[in-house]
Ligand binder design. Structure first.
Ligand code: ADP
Ligand code: ZN
Ligand code: ZN
Length: 743
């Protein structure tokens, strides 16, 4: 037989190119692109991944080695994901090894191997005949195991090994011959049990039949557009833009049902924080056991099991956070990204992709549709919808018969002028009292992002900004203000540089302080506080939400956590305490984040009854705050896009940040400066905007000093060229490394 060859990427090495190996006869049927393999490399045995199979090679065959074996307990990546990995390599400038590791399916863990449960895989009434036959064949251990299983239904592998003296090899052979099954909860009544357990649910009977709403006209229209495109083979990217409470979930659930009816499958991405009991329940109500769910609390084996179910076509819908995009789905028809604006979709590690872009590519590779859903889409996505690259589907009314809450703005500078120094405005105080009297519920939202790191004036509302950049300065421990964009620093002033007021302070109010003040102001109210500190215990968040939904408390205080997707029917007032804090994060997305948070927070009010929201701010004229109060996305978008075009931020420009780091401070300073200078002087990068190197907000992490550079260009490929050039230059400095982040 003619030889077959495989091009293989070696895992965990710095050599970023494929090597050719001979495929031995006995592995011919099993080796496919994406397959993990063991090979001899240099003097040791290494793992690698097959990226291509070929019939000929230019290399001298006598010098080639054979593939040794395929490691057990690992799934191979399918070809679509491999194509995606190669795209990731080029798009984010990472090594093959890194790119493939990113899309690789999870491995089965070894740590819980002995806890694997063994189940019968034959009919109970056949056990007698089979065991007798096994005994005749002197396979007494096999018979012993089956007899035990007849009585106990399932037993652990360690019990089988130790008590029944059935070896692991025997167990493996019995699985192969179809007598038994081994796996974590493999045969338990519900495959979602491990996931439900992480959410604090022990009993699946909680799930009742789904109430089937009649779709309203807008929902119907959106679904029909999708269906007829799909029917005609047109695979599009859609933006489902619907106000809070407009019933977006029901729209994509129906789209998924349609896709399944055509024999396809769907991936639904949700931010991990929204992956709560409510969402799981909702999906399970519609898709029953045909759902696979992945979340970060699952053990390695449980994740493996969910992936395994997907591979075996035991699930039609895969729900999970960012990483679920790499689920090994066959016949993918639709990818949904719910809350597409959420920052959790950005991978913070290398490769620093946004899952939106990866999903877009995957939808092209697999010829699937992509649906992005949000009440507050990112300006990038909405811009594409305006350009016609994305098809816009809109929901402009709330699904239940309520209207959007009334939203008003309170100017906290005026409160101060009138002598009210409390964090509650007069209006908020009287509204809270009103609701307490009516036994309706209240949510108080406090944005802690950027908390206390900037300084602003309570008289004029201005935060202290850098003289040279339009960026808020950050307060450091030594009482100096530093610009993290250009590096300029100054002494903390005693009076406001704008208006001369002495009421200048850092925003020192966190949720704990707000809780104390609320209790003091409203001593008869029952108050709950929810933030990362108060819910660090497992399931505390779910318990708290359940308690509040049941009406066990009057006021729920919280951070970002309380605004995401929860549907409390008795909440008729939402107070937003310091709407400005997120405006002062020194980052071009600060207005976007503020608009998102305010819209989502206000959207929690009046889900069932008429509701009201109040925004307290020192910057009532800011466009993000004005547009959020008017609940006017389009108005916000027009302002945002104008601002970004003016300053050259995405989507007007592509941006790459480079973080240099080193344990040696001096070498870092010199190398970063030299490398960036050589790029600035390169004629090829004449039109590239380069800012830095500067010292970032966190200037040292785990003994590594850091320097930051911003690179901007309207052409993405130029950024990759800059990256390559930096990498070349870096080889001269062995103690310095760089990490690249795009947009
Ligand atoms: P969104 O995700 O757009 O904020 P949801 O999908 O959470 O909105 O829906 C808001 C509420 O409206 C939910 O309680 C949902 O069950 C309900 N709902 C959705 N569609 C309908 C409908 N056609 N008729 C009545 N209620 C609906
Ligand atoms: Zn001032
Ligand atoms: Zn500056």
């Amino acid at each position: 037989m003619k030889n077959l060859f495989a091009d293989i990427i070696i895992a965990n090495t710095n050599v970023d190119r494929p090597f050719t190996y001979i495929i031995p006869q006995n592995l011919r049927d099993d080796i496919i692109p994406g397959c993990p393999v063991l090979i001899e490399f240099g003097k040791s045995i290494k793992k690698g991944y097959v990226i291509e199979i070929r019939e000929s090679t230019d290399v001298d065959i006598a010098r080639l080695k054979q593939i040794l074996s395929i490691p057990e307990k690992e799934l191979s990546t399918d070809e679509n994901l491999l194509t995606l990995a190669i795209w990731i390599k080029h798009r984010y400038g990472v090594s093959f090894d890194k790119a493939i590791a990113t899309v690789m399916p999870v491995k089965s863990g070894v740590e819980e191997k002995t806890n694997n449960e063994i189940y019968l895989n034959i009919e109970a009434d056949k056990i007698k005949t089979i065991t007798e036959e096994l005994k005749r064949k002197r396979k007494t251990a096999w018979a012993r195991l089956l007899e035990e299983l007849e009585i106990r239904r399932n037993i652990s592998q360690s019990y089988a090994n130790k008590e029944l003296k059935v070896s692991s090899t025997s167990i493996k052979r019995m699985v192969e011959e179809g007598y038994i099954l081994v796996g974590t909860e493999k045969k338990s009544s519900n495959p979602l049990l491990p996931v439900l357990k992480t959410l604090g649910i022990e009993d699946f009977n909680d799930i009742v039949n789904a109430k089937d709403y009649t779709l309203n006209q807008e929902q119907e229209t959106a679904i029909n557009i999708f269906k007829s495109d799909f029917e005609e083979g047109r695979k599009n990217t859609y933006l489902l833009h619907g106000i809070t409470g407009s019933g977006k979930t029901l729209v994509f659930i129906n789209m998924i049902k349609y896709v399944i009816s055509k024999g396809y499958k769907a991936i639904v991405l949700i931010p991990e924080i929204s992956l709560t009991y409510q969402t799981v329940l909702r999906m399970a109500q519609h898709f029953g056991n045909r759902v696979a769910i992945i979340n970060s609390k699952l053990s390695k084996n449980e994740r493996f099991y969910q992936f395994d179910r997907i591979k075996n076509d035991d699930a039609d819908v895969i729900i999970g956070p960012r990483s679920a995009i790499f689920a090994p789905v066959k016949k993918l028809g639709l990818i949904v990204i719910d809350e597409e604006h959420d920052s959790a979709y950005k991978n913070e590690n290398v490769p620093t992709f946004n899952v939106r872009d990866v999903a877009k590519k995957l939808s092209e590779i697999t010829n699937a549709s992509l649906l992005l859903a949000s009440a507050t889409p990112t300006p990038e996505t909405y811009n594409r919808a305006m350009n016609g690259e994305i098809k816009l589907l809109e929901l402009n009314t709330r699904a239940k018969n309520t209207s959007l809450p009334r939203v008003s703005i309170v100017d906290m500078r005026e409160e101060l002028k009138r002598g009210n120094r409390s964090i509650f405005s007069e209006k908020l105080k009287s509204l809270i009292e009103d609701r307490l009297k009516k036994h309706e519920q209240i949510m108080l939202f406090m944005n802690r992002r950027g908390y206390s790191s900037f300084v602003s004036c309570r008289s004029c509302g201005e935060a202290i900004k850098c003289k040279h950049c339009d960026v808020t300065m950050t307060l450091h421990n030594n009482n100096r203000l530093v610009c993290h964009y250009c590096g300029y620093s100054m002494e903390l002033p005693k009076i406001c540089p704008e208006c001369g007021s002495k009421y200048i302070a850092n925003f020192g109010t966190g949720t704990q302080k707000l809780e104390a003040m609320t209790r003091a102001e409203f001593p008869n109210a029952k108050v709950l506080r929810m933030d990362t500190d108060s819910v660090s215990k497992k399931n505390a968040a779910n318990d708290m939400i359940r308690d509040f939904a049941r009406g066990d408390a009057d006021i729920l205080i919280g951070t970002q956590m309380i605004v995401k997707g929860h549907d409390f029917s008795n909440v008729t007032l939402v107070g937003i305490m310091a709407a400005d804090t997120s405006l002062y994060v020194s980052n071009y997305t600060s207005a976007q984040r503020t608009f998102e948070l305010l819209t989502q927070a206000a959207g929690r009010a009046g889900r069932a009854k008429e509701g009201e929201a109040l925004i307290q701010t020192y910057k009532p004229e800011n466009y993000a705050i004005v547009a959020a109060a008017a609940q006017d996305y389009k108005k916000y978008f027009e302002n945002e896009i104008a601002y970004r075009s003016l300053l050259g931020y995405p989507p007007a420009c592509y941006m790459m940040t480079v973080m240099f780091s080193s344990i040696k401070e001096e070498e870092l300073d010199i190398s970063a400066k030299k490398i960036i200078e050589s790029i600035k002087s390169d004629i090829k990068f004449k039109k590239t905007i380069i800012i830095g190197p500067t010292t970032p907000a966190v200037s040292k992490v785990k003994d590594y000093y850091r320097k930051l550079v911003y690179i901007k260009n309207t052409n993405y490929d130029i950024l990759l060229d800059v990256q390559r050039k930096i990498e070349e230059n870096l080889t001269a400095y062995k103690n310095v490394g760089a990490i690249y982040d795009f947009n």
